[in-house]
Design a protein around this ligand. Sequence first.
Ligand code: SAM
Length: 180
Amino acid sequence: LHYPVLDKRGEVINTAVTNLDLHDLARLARTYGLRAYYVIQPLELQRRLVQRLSSYWMQGKGGEYNLTRKQAFESMRVTASFDEAVEGIEKEAGQRPRVVATTAKKLKGSIGFSAAKEMMKSGGAWLLLFGTGWGVDPEFIERSADYVLDPIDIGSGYNHLSVRTAAAIILDRLECGRDG
Ligand code: SAM
């Protein structure tokens, strides 16, 4: 999610996309068998940039050169808003997703990884929401998320992860019943 997220001063902003995130999150989504990875970006020029990047790796020379990158980008969708992403999932999955927000800060009422994993096992469509910048606007989380996941915090006194790393750890924890 690139909007609404916070900046350093706690103000709501729209962030720019990061090329590295697109590649790494697309590969992660594909590896963990997610149905789709949504890049939510209200700025049209930024969305066009994402489309251009992904089409380079999906078609023509890029696609021929690196097949696994092409396969990863196939799971990527680009939308202008969160609501559009929810609608897209509803169309693809045939049901409205329940939204689980992630954050590095502990929010009131957040749930643990085991509880989230159990809920997800019971089926249905799920949208795991990750922020950029200084994280998703907490008011937006309050309005839009059904659940908030506990932060990754192993007690070292530091837990400021990149979105790529946080997403990888979270997906692994939610899928960690699997071997291999
Ligand atoms: N300070 C921000 C926060 O409170 O979420 C960190 C923003 S980080 C650059 C971008 C995203 O990565 C966050 O919005 C969240 O989705 C995820 N993230 C980063 N660290 C995390 C952690 N320790 N636990 C859970 N998610 C984390």
